[in-house]
Design a protein around this ligand. Structure first.
Ligand SMILES: [Zn+2]
Ligand SMILES: [Zn+2]
Length: 329
């Protein structure tokens, strides 16, 4: 049996194992039960649906598709993080709100960036929906889990490793999360398997944190190495941590997200990883956003932290840098 077949078998066996173990594993049980109870329940429409997601002319624009799916446009280049467009994610996680980006409306995506292997971030069905005229970047140790989707190239980067081409530099940067794909397969997956990304193009720098807990060194180091304009940072799921904590080891709280924003020294923060999916919790999905708003008010960050609606596009820099036209090609 070759390596790829073995991995395919693992992909099949692990969810079955997860379901079998539901009796002794409370989070699996919660998600399975909740998903069955909510099977067929209507999904709320996205707050906004932009007809043409790619702008003909812009400096820097960000469009939140819900959860960790963020489209970042820097002038003529389009970057997509953790695309999730399917109704359920990984067969189990129920979507509360429809995707705010229609992949069929995208003429191109230059770079698709995957933060880690968890099925709410590395959705095979969603990757199939994207145009294949760009490259797929995956975290350390992810190649063995990655089917051939037909992208121009699939590149696995190690921490602090970069690709550099046509003026674009993308670097894998350290974050703190956990490995595996289904939660129960960590022993089979000793490699790290998760990353953040720093995108640099035309003198603009965007840091995407992926899924992370707070770490006292990693984000400060990213801040020392890069001059970050925009930080895209997770603030969910709902119901974890108190208002004053920085969150747990694998997920930051909204206050922890703001600490990351300060550590990397970004000018602007865009929150994500909230409101969109149910993790089997009955907590109000608006909790992270409300807690973040309280931190914004407390610190006076109204002009620097932008809470987007699902499907909303925000132009953060109007003008392209040079005199060249920003027309995507
Ligand atoms: Zn995760
Ligand atoms: Zn996640």
């Amino acid at each position: 049996m070759n390596h790829r077949t073995t991995n395919r078998l693992r992909l099949l066996i692990v969810p079955l194992l997860a379901i079998t173990m539901a009796g002794c594993s409370s989070w699996v049980q919660r998600i399975v039960t909740y998903s069955i109870e909510n099977f067929g329940e209507p999904i709320l429409p996205a707050d906004v649906r932009v007809i043409s997601p790619i702008l003909p002319y812009t400096g820097l624009a960000v469009l939140w598709g819900g959860h960790a799916t963020v489209m970042i446009q820097i002038e003529d280049k389009v970057f997509m993080t953790d695309p999730a467009f399917t109704k359920t994610v990984g067969m189990l996680l129920h979507r509360l709100v429809a995707p705010g980006i229609d992949p069929a409306a995208l003429a191109k995506v230059d770079y698709t960036l995957i933060s880690h292997l968890h099925f709410d971030h590395f959705s095979f069905g969603s990757l199939e929906m994207l145009p294949k005229n760009g490259k797929l970047l995956i975290p350390p140790g992810a190649a063995a889990y990655t089917p051939e989707f037909g992208f121009v190239e699939t590149i696995e980067l190690q921490t602090w490793e970069s690709i550099e081409e046509s003026g674009v530099r993308i670097t894998a940067v350290p974050v703190q999360h956990f490995s595996g794909r289904y939660g129960v397969d960590i022993p089979w997956h000793p490699e790290k398997g998760y990353t953040g990304w720093v995108i640099e193009y035309k003198g603009k720098t965007v840091f995407v944190a992926g899924d992370t807990g707070y770490h006292p060194e990693y984000f400060k180091e990213i801040g020392r190495r890069f001059s970050v304009d925009v930080a895209v940072v997770p603030i969910g799921p709902a119901g974890m941590g108190s208002a004053n904590s920085l969150g747990g080891r694998i997920h930051v709280s909204p206050r922890g997200a703001v600490q990351i924003f300060e550590d990397v020294g970004a000018k602007i923060m865009i929150p994500m990883h909230h409101r969109t999916l149910s993790y089997g919790s009955t907590a109000d999905p608006m909790i992270p956003q409300n807690l973040l708003q309280a931190v914004i008010d407390e610190k006076g960050y109204q002009d620097r932290i932008h809470i987007l609606a699902i499907g909303e596009r925000r132009v953060l820099m109007e003008e392209p840098s040079g005199q060249t036209s920003g027309t995507p090609q």
